[in-house]
Ligand binder design. Structure first.
Ligand SMILES: O=C(O)CCC(=O)C(=O)O
Length: 276
C-alpha cells in the first residue's frame, strides 16, 4: 500500500519503531538521524519585517564601528559578530524562541548556553567566509552519542537554490573525517527554507553556504547552542548588562558558567553545605 507520495506504508521484520507525539519531537529525531531539519519560528510577517529592519540597522552601525576596509582585510565583512550585544531585544528573542528552545531541550542533555550568535550575509555574485565546507565545531574529528552543540540558522530572507541556500552533507555528524570529493558531489543536499524558519544542524554536520546567483543579498542569523563546557566565541556576559536580563536569559547567555579567575572566586561560587 502506498500513499500519494509513493512511499510504501507496509513494513515487515520490524520489532521497534519510533512514535512521535509532536512535530517538535520529529524535528529533534531528524537532527539525531540525518543531522539537519527545518523548524518554524512562528513569527508573524510584521515580526519578520522588524527582524529584517533591525538586521540592516545593526549592520550599518557595525560597519561604521569596525570599518569596511578593516573587516574586508580580515575576511569579516559579511559577518556581524555577537548580534544580540548590539542593543534591542529582537536578537535575544530569536535565541530564546519557544519552538527552538523546546527542540534544543530534546537534543542537548542537561544545560546548554548560547555559544555565539552571528549575522551572516551571503553577497550576490561573490564568495564569502561561510561559503566553504566546515563544522560549527571546526577542527573537531569525533562522533558523539548525543549532540554537544546545535546550530540554528535563522533565515531572514528565503533560502533558495538561486540565492545560495546552505548545502549540508546528511549524516556527516556520525562520521569522523570529511569525505572524498566524489562522495561529497553525490551526497550533498541544498536546503530550501523560508524567511522565518530555522535550519537546525547538529554542529558536527558538515555544511557550506552556496553561491548566490541572484542580484540580492541573502541574510541569515546563525546561533550555536552548546554544553556549557565550551568557551563562547565572544564572552557574552562581559558584553551585556545582567540587570536588563531575565534569569532565564542570563542562564542561556552563560552568566552562571563564567570561569572563576582564582581559587578564591571558585570557592566563593560554591553553595555552602551547612551540614558538613
Ligand atoms: O550562509 C549560510 O547559509 C551558511 C552559514 C554557515 O555556514 C554558518 O554560519 O556556519
Amino acid at each position: 500500500m502506498t500513499k500519494s507520495d509513493g512511499i510504501p506504508e507496509a513494513a515487515y521484520g520490524i520489532l521497534q519503531r519510533d512514535h512521535f507525539s509532536s512535530e517538535l519531537e520529529e524535528v529533534a529525531e531528524q537532527i539525531r538521524r540525518v543531522g539537519y531539519a527545518i523548524l518554524d519560528s512562528g513569527y508573524t510577517s510584521e515580526q519578520l519585517q522588524e527582524i529584517s529592519d533591525e538586521f540592516d540597522l545593526v549592520r550599518e552601525q557595525y560597519l561604521k564601528t569596525w570599518g569596511e576596509s578593516r573587516l574586508k582585510s580580515l575576511n569579516e565583512f559579511h559577518t556581524i559578530r555577537a548580534l544580540l550585544t548590539h542593543g534591542g531585544a529582537t536578537f535575544l528573542q530569536l535565541a530564546m524562541n519557544r519552538n527552538l528552545t523546546a527542540v534544543l531541550q530534546k537534543l542537548i542533555a542537561g544545560t546548554f548556553i548560547l555559544n555565539q550568535q552571528n549575522g551572516v550575509v551571503n553577497p550576490p555574485g561573490e564568495t564569502y567566509n561561510q561559503g566553504a565546507w566546515h563544522r560549527d565545531l571546526p577542527y573537531q574529528h569525533y562522533t558523539s552519542s548525543t549532540p554537544l552543540a546545535v546550530n540554528a540558522l535563522f533565515c531572514v530572507d528565503d533560502n533558495t537554490l538561486e540565492n545560495g541556500a546552505a548545502f549540508v552533507l546528511p549524516a556527516s555528524h556520525k562520521a569522523i573525517a570529511f569525505p572524498s570529493e566524489s562522495y561529497l558531489r553525490k551526497n550533498a543536499v541544498q536546503v530550501n527554507a523560508k524567511a522565518g524558519q530555522y535550519i537546525l544542524l547538529d554542529c558536527m554536520l558538515f555544511h557550506s553556504g552556496g553561491f548566490n546567483r541572484t542580484a540580492k543579498e541573502r541574510r541569515a542569523i546563525n546561533h550555536v547552542f552548546s554544553i556549557p563546557y565550551f568557551k563562547q566565541q565572544i564572552n557574552l556576559p562581559e558584553n551585556m548588562h545582567a540587570d536588563d536580563l531575565s534569569p532565564e536569559a542570563q542562564a542561556l547567555l552563560g552568566f552562571n558558567f563564567q570561569e572563576p579567575a582564582s581559587i578564591a572566586s571558585y570557592l566563593a561560587s560554591r553553595p555552602t553545605n551547612r551540614d558538613a
